[in-house]
Design a protein around this ligand. Sequence first.
Ligand SMILES: [Zn+2]
Ligand SMILES: [Zn+2]
Length: 103
Amino acid sequence: MKPWTEEELSDMRHWEKDHVLQAQKEGWCYLCCDDRIVCPGCTRGMIQLRFDELFTSCGFDMRCPECVGYKQAAKDYNMIQMMLGREQRITDAEVEKKLSSID
Ligand SMILES: [Zn+2]
Ligand SMILES: [Zn+2]
């Protein structure tokens, strides 16, 4: 998992920062708490820290973009959008762009 920069940490609200720092220290995933699955509407703001584009409605399972992978999470996002009848998708090109920015 890519470590957080000072700049990212300074932008966080207190409880987000506490959650991330604790996760970093103890070695669990700050986003899914090691469930490997997140509800994209229920991360209490955590998904927006690095994956704002994956935020969508509550009540669906999304594979964790941090510990399962962004590609899988984006696929789940597109599936959720399809089930909701929404147009917004994450394209393969966007996935590649994001992956090159987080590696
Ligand atoms: Zn995770
Ligand atoms: Zn939810």
